[in-house]
Design a protein around this ligand. Structure first.
Ligand code: HEM
Length: 151
């Protein structure tokens, strides 16, 4: 797949994929565990999971940064599969920043009651949507439908 591309592109693509694994991976795991741990885990664990999500969401900025660099190096910035991926990545980032992280922050100091149930249910939903969005982007990145360089 990347046999005829330059060394710079290979480095950029490697950094892009590494960033996706190292940053988005931990966010997915920590965010998915969060609702269950809020309900019956110790407060320190809840805080730690939130911290992992926050810190790795920040590191995750490297994914689109190297993504754009790889895309312009390959000359595929106008490709439909890429534009769709960019859109879905933006929506996933918005769900994370405006729904998941604030929802978690709201639960840090709540240990019981109706608020816990309501916010945890919403949080579970937005976390699921976030996971689904970036999993879709990953499949798009690999399959690249319609691309002449596609697998
Ligand atoms: C603004 C967002 C993004 C841009 C501009 C972007 C761009 C790119 C480009 C240009 C490639 C190279 C495709 C090729 O070899 O022809 C690529 C590959 C890849 N991207 Fe992204 N990407 C973005 C977001 C993401 C996200 C959010 C993930 C996962 C969390 C991801 C995971 C991957 C993976 C796993 C590959 C390797 C696919 C392969 O070589 O088979 N990307 N990306």
């Amino acid at each position: 797949m990347i046999t005829s591309v330059g060394a710079v592109t290979k480095v950029l693509l490697s950094l892009h994929v590494l960033a996706a694994i190292l940053a988005v991976g931990p966010v997915t795991v920590a965010a998915s565990m969060f609702p269950a741990v809020v309900r019956r885990g110790p407060a320190e664990q809840v805080r730690l999971l939130h911290r992992i999500c926050r810190v790795y969401a920040g590191i995750g900025v490297a994914v689109p940064v190297f993504g754009f660099a790889t895309a312009s190096s390959l000359g595929v910035l106008g490709d439909v599969w890429l534009l769709v991926s960019i859109g879905l990545t933006a929506v996933a980032a918005a769900v994370l920043v405006f729904q998941v992280l604030p929802g978690q922050a709201k639960l840090l100091d709540v240990s019981e009651g109706a608020v816990l149930t309501r916010v945890t249910t919403r949080l579970g939903m937005s976390t699921g949507i976030f996971n689904l969005l970036w999993a879709t982007v990953t499949v798009l990145m690999i399959v690249r439908p319609g691309s002449t360089t596609g697998a």
